[in-house]
Design a protein around this ligand. Structure first.
Ligand code: ZN
Length: 298
């Protein structure tokens, strides 16, 4: 490398200064003079997560490893699995106390919420293809798009014992108080959160409205356009069929209607799951410490 800086020095310069990192665990394959692309990417992931880490981590808490991927939910796989990565991008930070999940955009910039799994709740970590499965006493986290070698490495870092109890926790995006539920307000700081039930009802009324309420405006717009297209399709099938055949023409358009109704229902379920996946602040408080600006959609 020109200038003679070692790989270690280069990576150390990339890491955020305000976060304590256990260097040998973070970069297990570091060699004297070369930095692997993936090592550099992980250092950048940490740097982008710094605003959240600075606020969320305890004073003595040390970061051991970081990777990223998309959280997958069982309902998401059935209803809109392929769309999920747009809204569930997550930076996965292993510390000496917990697994911290930071919801991000596609460029790994922190977004709406954060979750955690205290290490004493990790029951088992397994991996298949690009999936990591982290089982707790109560539920399993599916994590998609993780580098295969990193899943294997994580399994080595995390102890597995079948007896552990408890599941994932949501963190208040304002004060980082942990809760096992999705409350409507934070017990510690009083921050108010968007309610999964309200999100689900909006999506039932019209697909996309619940996502818009939660703050996923681009994704919501796609859903609204998709559902509007299907309703328009229903009308363009229905009207000529009824004109030609009278009431029995309704039967011809019925399959489209059934499909649209199913879409409303499944989007409501999906939106509820999305709302429950983290605490979405009503006043726009973000884990990074910023206040969310409501984007204008032209
Ligand atoms: Zn709080």
């Amino acid at each position: 490398m020109p200038g003679g800086a070692s790989g270690e020095e280069e990576l150390k310069a990339l890491l955020p200064a305000s976060v304590a990192v256990r260097f040998d665990e973070m970069f297990p394959s570091i060699r004297a003079r070369s930095v692997r692309r993936r090592d550099r990417q992980r250092a950048e992931m940490l740097r982008k997560a710094e605003p959240v880490l600075r606020r969320a981590l305890g004073p003595l808490e040390v970061v051991r490893f970081v990777t990223n991927g998309a959280r997958q939910f069982a309902w998401g796989l059935i209803t809109a699995g392929s769309m999920n990565p747009f809204t569930n991008r997550t930076t996965f930070v292993l510390t000496d106390k917990r697994i911290l999940l930071i919801h991000t955009d596609s460029k790994q910039r922190p977004r709406f919420f954060a979750n955690q799994l205290p290490l004493e709740r990790v029951r088992r970590v397994t991996g298949r293809h690009s999936y990591a499965f982290i089982r707790t006493g109560r539920e399993q986290l599916m994590f998609h798009g993780v580098k295969r070698g990193e899943v294997k490495y994580l399994r080595g870092l995390l102890e597995s014992t079948p007896a552990k109890e408890g599941g994932w926790q949501n963190l208040c995006p304002r004060c980082f108080a942990a809760t096992d539920d999705t409350p409507s307000a934070c017990e510690r700081c009083g921050a108010k959160f968007k309610e999964p039930r309200k999100a689900a009802l909006r999506s039932l009324l019209f697909p996309g409205l619940g996502d818009f309420y939660l703050g996923y405006h681009g994704y919501a717009l796609l859903e609204i356009l998709g559902a509007a297209f299907l309703w328009a399709l229903f009308v363009t099938v229905l009207v000529p069929a009824v004109r030609a055949r009278g009431f029995s023409g309704v039967l011809i358009a019925l399959p489209v209607l059934v499909f649209v109704v199913l879409l409303h229902g499944s989007d409501a379920i999906l939106t509820r799951a999305k709302a429950r996946s983290g605490l979405h602040s009503i006043d726009g408080a973000l884990p990074s410490g910023d206040i969310e600006q409501t984007p204008t959609i032209s």
